[in-house]
Design a protein around this ligand. Structure first.
Ligand code: TYM
Length: 351
């Protein structure tokens, strides 16, 4: 059966974008698939993290997954660094990926900023580690927000180049399987992962600027709704969200050129499990002074219980650690089998 893999960085301030663009959709995917969900702590340290807050953030992201409805018994929840095969495979992928591929990554360009000389080498190699996360399990379904699309395309490029470079060896060892490459089916070792980017909230924007993505690192806390915000804070942030002066349009097309309106309607739709068109059928023609309170009520209704559950789970860090340890053990069974194949394929004596 196809495997689902996805991850979140423990870098503080889990927000509505992470929830609607990723975590909430994972919950739905659990029904029909085998899933692995990962707190990607090794990715977090590509930029400086205070050790104490990193520990707390790892547990907090795990708590958010569980509070949102991730089933840690039927599926696998773990933190990345506990499965050393991720870093090991990433090294091999560093030798498969090309410098030019990495240089094109928009997330690196954004995060490194103007002073590239001072960015960590890890930040540059970030996508190799992400490819390793996914391919250590040969996962093919990767549910993420829009901003991760380029990284998953790079994962495909790495898989395709590995398959190509080692095709003879893979065949000689009898480790090949049919891999769909567009219309063609070829023999290869790694499958090509598909980014699953679906629904009305794959790119949740800042509440203060409809041209900017909602992000953990925005200095203004008013720009985002954090999963840990209390009801009053959620309502206040929505009240203060930037909008234009017009009433909501009745048709989807009317959202064009109105990024703030589009964003709030998308958030409403995702929280309510409806389409934007359905939301506009109800609220079209009404002013923001009516829509915003409805959105605030909905957000509090959906997010309030998650925050409460997160607090309850965070009160017992030892239990979180047990869950992560147990998940890592199960993840490792799959990842270590992949690594032993990969070492044979590459010719790293490992007998
Ligand atoms: P991260 O930690 O930045 O974000 C976690 C997930 O949240 C999504 N997301 C958003 N979705 C909609 N609107 C937004 N404003 C928004 N902001 C964030 C992200 O797309 C992501 O799905 N590199 C990844 C973590 C990662 C990973 C992986 C993901 C590491 N290895 C393997 C999938 C598979 C990241 O930095 O996500």
């Amino acid at each position: 059966p196809p495997l689902v893999f996805s991850g979140v960085q423990p870098t503080g301030n889990l927000h509505l974008g992470n929830y609607l663009g990723a975590i909430r959709r994972w919950v739905a995917l659990q029904e029909a698939n085998r899933c692995l969900f990962c707190v990607v702590d090794l990715h977090a340290i590509t930029v400086w993290q205070e050790p104490d807050s990193l520990e707390r953030s790892i547990r907090e992201v795990a708590a958010a997954f569980i509070a949102s409805g991730i089933d840690t018994t039927a599926h696998v929840l773990f933190n990345q660094s506990r499965v050393p095969e991720h870093a090991e495979l990433a090294w091999i992928f560093n030798c498969v990926a090309r410098l030019g591929w990495m240089e094109r990554m928009t997330q690196f360009k954004e995060k490194a900023g103007r002073d590239r000389e001072r960015a960590s080498l890890g930040l540059f190699a970030y996508p190799s580690l992400m490819a390793a996360d996914i391919l250590a399990y040969r996962a093919t379904m990767v549910p993420v927000g829009e901003d991760q699309k380029q990284h998953i395309e790079l994962t495909r490029d790495i898989a395709a180049k590995f398959n190509h470079d080692y095709s003879l060896r893979v065949a000689a060892l009898g480790l090949g399987r049919p891999i769909a490459m567009g219309e063609e089916v070829v023999q290869g070792y790694f499958p090509l992962a598909e980014p699953l980017i679906e629904g009305p909230a794959t790119r949740v924007m800042s509440l203060k600027d409809g041209a900017k993505k909602m992000s953990k690192s925005d200095p203004s806390d008013l720009s985002r709704i954090n999963l840990t915000d209390d009801p009053e804070t959620i309502a206040r942030k929505i009240r203060k969200a930037k909008t234009d002066p017009d009433a909501l349009p009745t048709e989807i097309d009317g959202l064009k050129g109105r990024p703030e309106a589009d964003n709030l309607v998308g958030i409403f739709a995702a929280l309510a499990d409806r389409s934007k068109a359905e939301v506009l059928a109800e609220y079209g023609g009404r002013p923001f002074s009516e829509f915003k309170p409805a959105l605030a009520d909905l957000a509090v209704e959906k997010l309030g219980p998650i925050a409460g559950e997160m607090r309850r789970i965070m009160a017992d860090p030892a239990e979180i650690d047990r869950t992560l340890r147990d998940g890592a053990e199960r993840a490792r069974e799959i990842a270590s089998a992949t690594l032993s194949d990969v070492k044979r394929i590459v010719g790293l004596l490992n007998n």
